[in-house]
Design a protein around this ligand. Structure first.
Ligand SMILES: [Zn+2]
Length: 391
């Protein structure tokens, strides 16, 4: 075992003891755990998984500092059925570690003296935009934290002259197709499933280097980024241990197998998470990166486990639709076996071409109905989804 790996398991033991002492949830689930006997990944894999529902049902049971010591709380994903809300707390030190991670990931995308335009959540301190602002400022980069694109003209103004543009895939797709003259040197896509068609659009329309980042609020926003080799994602592995498990049973899988990503925090103060199920499908790659980095990396994020195998998976639709030339955005709904799509695009397509693109992704439907009209540039913070009407 490498010195790095040994160090991680020392941190893990400390984090487990801290979680058990301070979080009511882990006081219960780790009650009978012999923490000192955990030396490796097999020992970690014997610990219970933390389902994301547990966090939704009782977020306070995970809080491990007094509320006054939690510098920031993020509220997300209100569940439509139960009304439960996920709450994620961060301490000042937790947020600073995120800023440090952002600096590491962003430093090859934009140089000191450059400009960055961020089309993610607003600039409030401790929010995602605020943390990016802090990271850019520390790098000597001038940031404009615009917030999501709600109006193309104001977004074009903010992105004009930027060396790096950061935003949601569908938003940057629309921006690159409607304002091809912006041509930032680099673009960073994050915050939602990233279809290959959007990466291609940004590359060809702007000529930018395109990078992808994966993170979730539960991981302090940041977790894995592409380095200049733009291959698999470098992990924030000094602060989190990543495992891949079988999405149905939760059984640990070998490195290289596709499955659900599970993360364990090593240094969280406000809210330690032990074997937390992210619900996202990816795999660990152990071959060294072209940049020389030799530790395991995260491959492409294939989207939500819940969508895999679903006939009208939003990820399959995204792959099929964003491959169509000039597609700005679309929305989809399903009624029995008829797929209804609203298409917002620069050109009209032959119905057969749309059907062929969908079928190439394995989406076969009895009927397809297309309607062309403008869609809202931004429809809220939720991820893209397919609306299914039940009989
Ligand atoms: Zn690399």
């Amino acid at each position: 075992m490498s010195a790095f790996e040994k160090g991680r398991f020392t941190l893990l033991k400390r984090q487990l003891a801290y979680a058990r002492a301070n979080s009511p949830y882990y006081r219960r689930t780790l009650r009978d755990t012999d923490i000192d006997s955990i030396h490796d990944r097999r020992g970690l894999a014997a610990l219970p998984l933390t389902p994301s529902d547990a966090l939704r049902k009782d977020p306070r049971a995970f809080l491990s500092v007094g509320e006054s010591a939690a510098a920031r709380i993020a509220t997300l994903n209100t569940s439509g059925t139960t009304g439960d809300t996920k709450r994620i707390w961060f301490s000042e030190a937790d947020l600073q570690r995120t800023v440090d991670f952002f600096i590491l990931g962003l430093s090859h995308m934009v140089k000191p003296g450059g400009r960055a335009a961020v089309f993610m959540s607003g600039p409030a301190p401790g929010g995602l935009g605020g943390l990016l602002h802090k990271a850019f400022a520390a790098m000597g980069v001038f940031p404009i934290i615009h917030g999501p694109v709600t109006d193309i003209a104001s977004a074009v103004h903010a992105a004009d002259g930027a060396d790096l543009v950061v935003g949601l895939p569908a938003q940057l797709n629309r921006l690159c197709l409607t304002a091809p003259g912006l041509r930032p040197g680099a673009a960073l896509l994050t915050g939602d499933y990233i279809p290959r068609g959007i990466i291609d659009n940004v590359k060809s329309s702007w000529g930018s280097s395109v990078y992808t980042h994966y993170g979730l609020t539960e991981s302090g926003y940041g977790l894995a980024y592409q380095c200049m080799a733009a291959e698999a994602h470098h992990l924030r592995d000094g602060e989190f241990i990543a495992e891949i498990v079988d999405p149905s049973g939760g059984r640990p899988l070998e490195d290289g197998s596709w499955g659900e990503l599970v993360i364990t925090s090593l240094m969280n103060e406000a809210m330690p998470l032990i074997r937390y199920r992210t619900g996202d499908i990816t795999r660990l790659i152990t071959a060294p990166c072209a940049c020389g980095h030799a530790r395991p990396r995260l491959d492409r994020i294939m989207g939500r486990a819940a969508n895999i195998g679903r006939k009208y998976s939003i990820h399959k639709l995204d792959e099929a639709m964003f491959r169509l030339p000039g597609l700005l955005d679309y929305s989809a709904s399903v009624q029995e076996d008829r797929l209804d799509m609203i298409i917002d695009s620069l050109i009209k397509y032959d119905d057969k071409a749309v059907r062929a693109s969908l079928e190439a992704e394995g989406v076969h439907m009895a009927a397809l109905r297309l309607e062309y009209r403008g869609l809202p540039v931004y429809s809220g913070p939720q991820k893209k989804s397919v609306c299914v009407h039940k009989k």
